[in-house]
Design a protein around this ligand. Structure first.
Ligand code: FPP
Ligand code: MG
Length: 298
């Protein structure tokens, strides 16, 4: 059924009647299609469901195109990013085309679903703005960071699950909570993998978040347990191109203080809640998606 979603997106692209846009779309790496998997598992494969998944994936792709411009990223999922190969202007416009076409199609699916998804895109944009602001200097503001994480990543997963529940006539609040927890945990694990996984697995350099200015939860936890001298050292490495020695120092200190374990525990609490919620509704497949998320290594 994921194929039906891919075909729907291709159809939407063809309708734009622009061969350059179609060829650009074909060059985009497809990713894990996590939002589609959620939507299809919750709501089956009705045409409205397929269309909803297609629009959500287009919005997600658009947000990543813009994010790569903002982050000045050269790669996306191990491939050259569109901003790197075609330039920022093309990447921005391709993003605009994808999400405006998605909105155009959404309105025709269901006003309720359109409301939920478009509200998530407002959150997404607020979250990206907060991310840019928070990345400017070293901070240890956990609440601001978690709000940003919710807006930037969890809101679209929350909206995906809620939209699917609306289409399937299922209790939307429970599915919304499940999507939110999954989204928060997904980003927390992403932040952990940025520290633990190697360059090849990640498709981007390791410890890239900190170099980009992103002070994720593991760095906040680490800062809290370091000596004043070590704290100064950590802050001095923020937003800096790190030498091998500096990277090793960060990783060594994280290992010494069991920081990664702490961060995993936090993500696991959210996943456990999501699993319990889905098991209470008899949704074994959705509970399995949550279980797999905590085990993912890329
Ligand atoms: C990736 O974050 C970024 C997002 C998940 C959201 C980006 C949102 C916008 C640019 C708002 C605009 C929205 C639209 C629809 C155009 P990251 O940089 O932490 O992760 P990465 O390592 O995957 O780049
Ligand atoms: Mg980015």
């Amino acid at each position: 059924m994921i194929n039906a979603v891919e075909r729907k997106i291709e159809q939407y692209m063809t309708e734009l009647d622009d061969t350059y846009v179609s060829s650009l779309y074909r060059k985009l790496p497809q990713g894990k299609r996590l939002r589609t998997k959620l939507i299809l598992k919750i709501a089956g494969s009705d045409l409205k469901v397929i269309k909803t998944a297609a629009t959500v994936e287009m919005i997600h792709a658009a947000s990543l195109l813009h994010d790569d411009v903002i982050d000045n990223a050269n790669t996306r999922r191990g491939k050259v990013s569109v901003n790197a190969s075609e330039g920022d202007k093309i990447a921005i416009m391709m993003g605009d085309i994808l999400y405006s076409k998605a909105f155009f199609e959404l309105i025709g699916i269901s006003p309720e679903v359109a409301k939920v998804v478009s509200n998530a895109v407002v959150q997404l944009s607020l979250g990206e703005l907060a991310d840019v602001k928070l990345s400017r200097k070293f901070h240890t503001n956990r609440d601001d960071y978690l709000t940003m994480l919710y807006q930037k990543t969890a809101s679209l997963m929350e909206a995906s699950a809620e939209s699917a529940a609306i289409l399937a006539g299922k209790p939307r609040q429970a599915y919304r909570q499940y999507g939110k927890n999954l989204g928060m945990a997904f980003q927390m694990i992403d932040d952990i993998l940025d520290i633990t996984a190697d360059h090849q697995t990640l498709g981007k350099p390791a410890l890239h978040d900190f170099v980009e200015g992103k002070v994720t939860l593991p760095y906040m936890y680490l800062y809290a347990v370091l000596s004043p001298d070590e704290q100064r050292n950590l802050v001095s490495l923020h937003r800096k191109r790190l030498t091998l020695e500096e990277m090793q120092w960060i990783k060594m200190k994280m290992a010494e203080h069991k920081i990664i374990e702490m961060a995993y525990t936090e993500a696991k609490v959210l996943i456990t809640e999501a699993i319990a919620l889905m098991e209470s509704l008899g949704e074994q497949d959705l509970s399995q998606i949550a279980k797999e998320m905590i085990e993912r290594t890329f």
